[in-house]
Design a protein around this ligand. Structure first.
Ligand code: AMP
Length: 142
């Protein structure tokens, strides 16, 4: 199973904000869209930053609480780790676990195609495991 299969099942929706958006607007968008991360694309649509719930927690803990006047571009993560359509789900899970983040934008030829969360990937693995268990039970009982 590869990331292209995950995107085919969950859809290509990616929630974005502009770099100049305030952190408050980004938080409202995450809440309205029920997601834990927003991407910041450049003029060509290529992601140049990611801003997640974890960044909000960090800002608050650091005492940076004027979310209305703080721009997302000042606090987003710019060195984004990207996935490709052909990346196996196990490799993506390993990467996210090792690097301690839960969101992986999928990009092909500089074009943003979607975003998978660790929850999307765990769901796929659970379904795979259930199917394997069912196949094994059918084999044993045949
Ligand atoms: P998360 O666990 O996804 O909420 O993110 C934890 C931290 O890693 C936050 O500072 C994010 O901005 C950052 N982050 C999330 N996803 C990525 C990614 N794909 N590449 C680099 N940093 C990321």
């Amino acid at each position: 199973m590869m990331l292209k299969d995950v995107l085919a099942a969950k859809g290509l929706r990616v929630v974005t904000v502009s770099a100049k958006s305030s952190v408050a607007d980004a938080i409202r968008k995450m809440q309205a869209e029920k997601v834990g991360a927003v991407l910041v694309p450049d003029a060509e649509g290529c992601p140049v930053g990611i801003f997640t719930e974890r960044d909000v927690v960090r800002l608050y803990a650091d005492g940076d609480r004027d979310f209305d006047s703080l721009a997302v571009e000042a606090r987003m993560t710019c060195s984004i780790v990207l996935g490709k359509l052909s990346m196996p789900v196990d490799e993506a899970l390993g990467l996210m676990t090792e690097r301690r983040f839960r969101h992986l934008p999928v990009v092909e030829d500089g074009k943003l195609l979607g975003l998978v969360s660790i929850g999307d990937l765990v769901k796929v693995k659970l379904e795979e495991t259930a199917q394997e268990a069912q196949a094994l039970r059918a084999y044993i009982n045949a």
